[in-house]
Design a protein around this ligand. Sequence first.
Ligand code: BG6
Length: 511
Amino acid sequence: MPNISKTAPLPVIGENANPCVMVIFGATGDLTKRKLFPALYNLAKSHLLSREFAIVCTSRTEMTTEAFREQITQDIKTFATTEVEPDLWEWFLKRIYYVAGDVKDPNCYQRLKELIEQADREHRTHGNYFYYLATSPDFFGEIVRQLNAIGLMTEEKDQWRRVIIEKPFGHDLESARALNAELRECLDERQIYRIDHYLGKETVQNILVFRFGNGIFEPIWNRRYIDNIQITAAETVGVEKRGGYYDTSGALRDMVPNHLFQLVSLTAMEPPTSFDANAVRDEQSKVLHAIQPIPPEDVLTRAVRGQYGEGELNGERVPGYRQEPNVAPNSTTETFVALKLMIDNWRWAGVPFYLRTGKRLPKRVTEVAIQFKSAPLTLFRETPVERLRTNRLVIHIQPDEGISLRFGAKIPGPIMRLGAVEMDFNYVDYFGEVPSTGYERLLYDCMTGDATLFQRADMVEAGWSVIEPVLDVWKALPPRSFPNYAAGTWGPKEADELLKDDGREWRPIDQ
Ligand code: BG6
């Protein structure tokens, strides 16, 4: 394997986030204990949290602040990604408050307000607040309206108010537009942070650095050199305990307009004029708007849906989707989707972007594979070399984060033979393990007011517009052959045919 010289990791650059109170709605839920507290603790440990900081938590469960602190002290033992230092945890814990309340009850906002103001006084957080809505999406609009009504969204003097909204952001174009309109009645767009946890992943952020921090890739990053791009987000898990939600959503809504479109837009966007939040997002938005809408008559050939039946994964028998808890026994919800998208701009005209994502596939892997065109001529005509393999660059998003480049090399020996070799860069080899939850950067950015890695309203709406025709046609023509792939396989055969019809194939992913 070629040796690439190792450079010292750069020191963490950053200053303590602004003083503020973070208010978590849905604080007894999974997200808070698995991601938010471990991420906040990691920020504290990296000196990236202001000393003037507090967290006010709320949910329906009746509990005192003391009981809540005890609970999260237990939880952090399970979910921390780094060692929990008792002194630092003590410091952290003193900043956490809890109040029970039902978000639909206007009275609970008065109690919440008093507690936020108390936390603000006790920890001198300068009246800056941000709200993390880790609740069911049904309550997003309601919570924002109520907070606004009681004055908790009003920015006075230098104080700021922001709100982080989890996915799903709407369930189609119309509901996303309605939610955006509802939020805008109370908030300015710059106060709204629509989170997509894919953007918290180092490797996803690295797509920008790889493309725009290096001089050698951008000149070949276009239709002249690239044949096609394949984006895969494969999971081995089924729907776990989320059958109730998933059965009303499906793979297309759950993964495509959000996570996969982040990967598409970062891979395909033009270089921004600066790293300013709006400059970056303007370019992402332009690409999303340039995705060719799939005409209804082409939906069934350009969008493939699948649902897993029972099968074998990692040596174990696993049930089919329809046998999962809280899933209708005759469900027609898709657990797999593959799409062929075209981007109508000068850089990408004619280059297909093939996307696929699904549950219960043989391997957990997310990657962007850039498949280059063949060399313009085969110089090795007079030799036993019949066919040149093409170059391929793979951005491994997870697991085994890294980048690899495939190129041809001469196989040693007296006869001219070519082999395909891989040049690999693995994150851990260069930077070591950096244990994180993926939420640190996003929380930090919200506290410092940097919205670059958050979705703007126009981006969310553009994403829904692209998949809207597919949703409509699929709804009108329910699938007849579900389940159509066995758990532990790479999806229905139609997904292979999608590429085969174009004379291509999915990059084989080792199991
Ligand atoms: C979530 C989806 O947004 O992303 C889940 O709702 C999916 O269904 C998850 O499993 C995938 O995230 P990751 O980080 O594991 O790739």
